[in-house]
Ligand binder design. Structure first.
Ligand code: ISE
Length: 332
């Protein structure tokens, strides 16, 4: 049996998901693709033999579409996720689940109302072997309790239209999810410090973000969108009896002319290639075995809530509290 997947959005991430499903995932195939730009949808579909269905809601309703991947612009995610829930079709939604907590709550409520877990949010780092290893070693307990989590999130470059708020909603949001998942705790408040460099009216780069957690460990995050030299994600977890540091994700180091070096990935698709593939395989398998995996709709809501508070903190310069509704028992 092979699961028929419809992919909404054929831009950078959507086209990558199509390629991954078609070439790297077992027991699934792409049946339909849609994109506001028809030519882009056709290019992605042509590589897999899938149909182009121009209307995303028609794609969700199509009988051959058994599960959906949402990789369209952020502001469209909530409407498509709600339509998937209404059609009772499992959905892997790229982050953010929704741009606002209010919209994310509608998804959480709709999913609960239907009584079945259908939504997985594309926080792919939960499927990255290096994060999995750090988490497993923390859970094993030999190093004692976690005290501090240091995160570095550097992109080679961001488009000129990028804003500091987007550094939070698009980049730091991964660290918010990682922090909750690794530390097994909620985030109480967030403070954002701007560096002196201002590239345009709405861009401050880098940012330094501080999170206080319910259980005590502190989290600091450097978000640097124009680091120039490559895509560089680093994590160090400081515990009571030692530290856990993410090793550089390289296949080989180079020694030449008295220098040892290794190349950086150009962007997240290369750095997290294994994670994206494993995430998609886990999504497909979870539908077959009825055991949902990865970040759920509640995790998506919380990440959005932290990002919203982060935008407020960017403006106020103060620590902003993260206000959440009570966690529904539905999400365990
Ligand atoms: C991008 O949108 C992503 O989702 C990547 O995972 C992240 O690392 C990058 O900073 C974002 O711009």
């Amino acid at each position: 049996m092979s699961l028929g997947i419809g992919v909404i959005g054929a831009g950078v991430m959507g086209a990558d998901h199509v390629r991954i499903i078609a070439g790297e995932v077992a027991r699934a195939h792409v049946v339909a693709v849609c994109d506001a730009n028809r030519a882009r949808a056709e290019t992605a579909a042509a590589e897999t033999g899938a149909r182009v269905i121009p209307d995303p809601f028609a794609l969700i309703a199509d009988a051959a579409v058994e599960a959906v991947v949402i990789a369209s612009p952020d502001e469209t995610h909530a409407d498509y996720a709600l339509a998937c829930i209404a059609a009772c079709k499992p959905v892997l939604c790229e982050k953010p689940l929704a741009p606002t907590q209010a919209e994310a709550l509608r998804i959480v409520e709709a999913e609960q109302g239907g009584g079945r877990r259908l939504v997985q949010v594309g926080f792919m780092r939960r499927f990255d072997p290096s994060y999995e290893d750090i988490r497993a070693r923390l859970v094993a307990g030999d190093l004692g309790a976690a005290l501090l989590l240091h995160c570095v999130h550097r992109n080679a470059g961001a488009p000129p239209s990028f804003t500091a708020a987007m550094s939070i909603t698009s980049a730091a949001v991964h660290e918010f999810d990682v922090a909750r998942w690794l530390l097994g705790t909620e985030i109480k408040n967030i403070q954002v410090f701007k560096s002196g460099t201002r590239r345009s009216g709405a861009m401050h780069d880098p940012l330094l973000v501080l999170l206080q957690t319910d259980r005590g460990p502190l989290v600091d995050i450097e978000v640097f969108m124009n680091a120039r030299y490559g895509y560089d994600i680093r994590t160090e977890l400081v515990c009571e009896r030692g530290t856990l540091t993410m090793a550089p994700p390289v296949d080989a180091t180079i020694r030449r002319d008295g220098v040892q070096s290794f190349p950086f990935a150009a962007d997240w698709r290369l750095r997290f290639a294994h994670a994206y593939r494993r995430q998609m395989q886990a999504f497909v398998d979870s539908i077959a075995n009825g055991r949902p995996v990865g970040a759920n709709a509640w995790d998506g809501l919380v990440a959005t809530a932290i990002a919203e508070a982060g935008i407020a903190a960017l403006a106020s310069g103060r620590a902003e509290t993260i206000a959440l509704p009570e966690r529904p028992g539905f999400y365990g």
